[in-house]
Design a protein around this ligand. Structure first.
Ligand SMILES: NC(=O)C1=CN([C@@H]2O[C@H](COP(=O)(O)OP(=O)(O)OC[C@H]3O[C@@H](n4cnc5c(N)ncnc54)[C@H](OP(=O)(O)O)[C@@H]3O)[C@@H](O)[C@H]2O)C=CC1
Ligand SMILES: Cc1cn([C@H]2C[C@H](O)[C@@H](COP(=O)(O)OP(=O)(O)O[C@H]3O[C@@H](C)C(=O)[C@@H](O)[C@H]3O)O2)c(=O)[nH]c1=O
Length: 284
């Protein structure tokens, strides 16, 4: 495989990429944690690009604390917008292809039909806004990019909803979980597989793509499935968003249409429950 650099290499998706790269015996891939490659340090980035001269750059680095971002607008914007711009600029200079990850939170979530890549983005949170700004700066620096919007990422690595539910579920008899926010969970291992597939197939259908698992669910139904598969007796109580106040507002409906990814990238996408079974098996 052509030389590939992964920024944000120790986050959830970064660790999933490491796992899948190992499974596929891909060796020409370098994982850079924040300590080694801060995407805000142009000096460090220049040195890293000059050393490796990558053909591909995968940007897994991001500011992902959705509620905290409401109070930390500046740092969220610097990482999610300026960091993306720094990488895109260098990719342009070096002729590398950038694979960047974005989010369903760029949508307002007021509709009820699966969202396509051409639907209007209108973020309702600082995190969503800064991620959209990141999407928008990339084409200003390079034409060779893939932006993959994904949603509700979970895996056996780092912190995520599945691990939170399992932890609380063991301690509590009852969990109150929102049922009026609909979307699709994405097993980060599946997304990692899709990213590496783009590189391994030398795909040049650059542009914006939606990628989540198949199907639709609510956080409540997702939690019910997690407890069921985890063999936990935890009672799950469906609540409305208003009953679970959070600093950031989240989209009520962010189900994404994956037709473009399936046709142009040639990926087969598992149903969210099928992938949850795999992840739960690994967590056990
Ligand atoms: N998690 C989710 O549910 C979803 C995530 N996404 C997107 O997917 C991508 C991957 O997310 P995920 O792996 O879950 O997120 P994580 O928060 O697990 O990983 C992000 C990584 O970026 C690192 N990072 C932060 N700032 C910098 C910086 N300045 N330079 C270099 N690295 C930095 C973080 O390091 P540290 O921890 O040390 O700060 C962390 O390791 C992100 O773009 C995110 O926006 C999209 C939809 C859903
Ligand atoms: C812990 C918990 C959460 N919830 C709700 C709150 C929220 O609406 C939903 C998910 O909460 P979390 O805080 O785990 O996840 P959240 O940070 O909202 O997840 C988002 O992260 C960013 C990075 C993304 O890009 C999004 O796609 C999405 O995955 O579940 C409950 O209803 N009950 C609970 O006990």
């Amino acid at each position: 495989m052509p030389t590939t650099l992964v920024f944000g290499g120790s986050g959830q998706l970064g660790q999933c990429l490491q796992h899948v790269a190992q499974q596929r015996t891909i060796t020409d891939i370098v994982f850079l944690p924040e300590e080694q490659a801060d995407i805000l340090s142009t000096e460090t980035l220049q040195a890293v690009f000059a050393e490796y001269r990558p053909a591909y750059v995968i940007n897994c680095a991001a500011y992902t604390a959705v509620d905290k971002a409401e109070d930390e607008v500046d740092i969220a914007r610097r990482v999610n917008r300026d960091g993306a711009a720094n990488l895109a600029r260098l990719c342009g200079e070096y002729g590398a292809t950038l694979i960047h990850i974005s989010t369903d939170f760029v949508f307002a979530g007021t509709g009820n039909q699966p969202l396509t890549e051409t639907d209007e983005a209108a973020p309702i949170s600082v995190y969503g806004l800064t991620k959209l700004e990141g999407e928008q700066v990339i084409p200003q620096h390079t034409e060779r990019y893939f932006i993959l919007r994904t949603s509700w990422l979970y895996s056996e690595y780092a912190n995520n909803f599945v691990k939170t539910m399992l932890r609380f579920g063991k301690e509590r008899e009852e969990m109150r979980v929102i049922w009026d926010q609909l979307g699709t969970p994405t097993y980060a291992i599946d997304l990692a597989g899709c990213i590496l597939h783009i590189i391994q197939t030398d795909n040049t259908a650059y542009g914006l793509y939606h990628y989540s698992n198949e199907g639709v669910t609510s956080w409540y139904d997702f939690a019910v499935a997690i407890f069921e598969l985890g063999g936990l007796p935890t009672r799950t109580v469906p609540i409305r968003t208003a009953e679970y106040p959070t600093k950031a507002t989240r989209p009520a409906f962010s189900v994404m249409d994956k037709t473009k990814a399936k046709t142009q990238l040639g990926v087969a996408i598992p149903h969210w429950r099928e992938s949850l079974v795999v992840c739960m098996g690994r967590l056990k």
